[in-house]
Design a protein around this ligand. Structure first.
Ligand code: EPZ
Length: 428
């Protein structure tokens, strides 16, 4: 069976919606549970396929994992596994973040080298550089990276700057490994994303000694062991931003609850520039857009800059905004697979290398389009909300990796979206 979404324009979205926990926070935190034999409970977990896949990777290592509702129970015990296999890692590059904790706890780890994907090459040179600086021996052969440290890891001064700035999961991998190293580690040019801070706060709750997280300089003082934890994941700023942009595209008026306003500053700022009203109140934002939105230039940057994971969604808004927008992608220069699909819907986007020029058009027209990656699928759904006649979005396995029921949230706000399951070619 294949699933498709059928979307019809219904006019302004309105009402209230609550965001789920952050996928990009829960994945490294699930890996962090490998640093102890004790049971951990993780709350506010989004039911998305990336989480289910990470659970399978942990189970493959001999760790007991149970997900009921939005609560994960992870019981490593004296697990013996040290290998994250190709058939799982190749489906989710984020699983590279088990490398650091496995190495620190088991003193050896073997993880399939994540392949590239449509948004970019996804290299791991910074991950390996950091672990080597902690004393690991790294070998790459037969598509696997093997890291060993028979005498354990030792603290080091590590500079994690890459061509495109810092690395989110690279910082996570090195930080997790350093928690059990002998001595102190300084990570310079660390990623400052809220998901890195959430991981650090979870590790501290497990007994790690960390400070500076959220800044480019993180200090970790190694400890002999960590203990289990009960930890609640931060809200998903990318899901929140997606819902904010959906509201703007439909000229709606929506309250989005359960957000961390400080995680949304760049998005809020850019939407206000586009003539969208954003009111902030405690852990909610109210988004309302008048009769038109204004073109705005966007450059994606590491946090606190405008997030690359909202680039496609913002591009969708710019396709129907007044004027010409210039959008430059500084994190994943090739993250433009959604351009062709949006142009099929009547958008006027031209690409110049890692920059897209978007000329606002009055209307989009619905069409059958195919999602190519997680955030592109969200962008196509948002475009469908603003298009004349019906839009059909296929490739929903991408969407389901990172959004728990986005169509349900939008339907709750008045959108006309139906998920239809059809027999695929082989079943006809
Ligand atoms: C995380 O990926 C997120 N994934 C991505 O979200 C997000 O787009 C990205 O951070 C940037 O914010 C998860 O957290 C699971 P990076 P990560 O290492 O850590 C280059 C989504 O849609 N680089 O920060 O893998 C890399 O090529 C996903 O939810 C190196 O050069 O990203 C990229 O250009 C997509 N060498 C830049 O750094 C390395 O060793 C940022 O990558 C590692 C990365």
């Amino acid at each position: 069976m294949i699933s498709k979404l059928f979307i019809n324009r219904t006019g302004p979205l309105h009402g209230r919606v609550t965001v789920h926990g952050a996928k990009n926070a829960v994945l490294p935190i699930m890996a962090a549970c490998l640093l102890t034999e004790e049971r951990s409970i993780v709350e506010n977990v989004p039911r998305v396929s990336d989480v289910l896949l990470m659970a399978d990777i942990l189970r493959g290592l001999g760790v007991a994992v149970d997900l009921s509702g939005d609560v994960l129970t992870i019981t490593p015990g004296q697990y013996a596994g040290t290998v994250a296999p190709y058939e799982l890692v190749s489906r989710m590059r984020g699983s590279i973040c088990v490398l650091g904790p496995l190495l620190a706890k088991q003193r050896t780890a073997q993880v399939s080298i994540p392949g590239g994907c449509v948004i970019g090459a996804r290299p791991i040179d910074l991950h390996l550089k950091g672990l080597q600086r902690l004393g690991a021996t790294i070998a790459t052969e037969h598509g696997y990276v093997t890291a060993t440290a028979p005498q354990g890891l030792r603290g080091a001064q590590i500079h994690l700057a890459g061509m495109f700035g810092s690395s989110v999961l690279g910082t996570g991998n090195v930080m997790m490994a350093a928690t059990l190293a002998h001595g102190t580690t300084m990570i310079e040019h660390a990623a400052c994303e809220p998901e890195v801070s959430d991981l650090a706060n979870c590790l501290i709750a497990m007994g790690a000694r960390i400070d500076g997280h959220g800044s480019p300089l993180i200090r970790i003082e190694g400890v002999p062991q960590l203990h289990g934890v009960r930890y609640r994941i931060i809200p998903d700023r990318i899901e929140a931003g997606t819902l904010m942009i959906a509201t703007a595209m439909s000229h709606g008026d929506v309250w989005i609850d359960g957000v961390r306003i400080e995680h949304l500053a760049a998005v809020t700022d850019k939407l206000r520039e586009a003539n969208v009203r954003v009111e902030e109140l405690d852990s909610s934002v109210q988004v309302s857009a008048g009769s038109f939105t204004q073109a705005a230039d966007v450059v994606t940057l590491p946090f606190p800059g405008f997030p690359t994971d909202l680039q496609a969604q913002m591009m969708a808004l710019m396709t129907i905004s007044r004027g010409v927008s210039v959008l430059t992608e500084k994190v994943y220069p090739d993250r433009f697979m959604h351009v062709a699909e949006l142009n099929r819907m009547g958008a006027a986007i031209t690409r110049e290398g890692s920059t897209a020029i978007i000329k606002g058009v009055g209307r989009l027209s619905g069409a059958p389009v195919a999602a190519t990656d997680l955030r592109a699928s969200a962008a196509l759904i948002l475009a469908g909300l603003a298009a004349d006649n019906q839009t059909e979005v296929s490739g929903l396995d991408h969407l389901d990796r990172g959004y728990e029921n986005l169509e349900g949230q939008l339907t709750q706000l008045g959108a006309d979206i139906r998920r239809v399951r059809e027999p695929d070619e082989t079943e006809k």
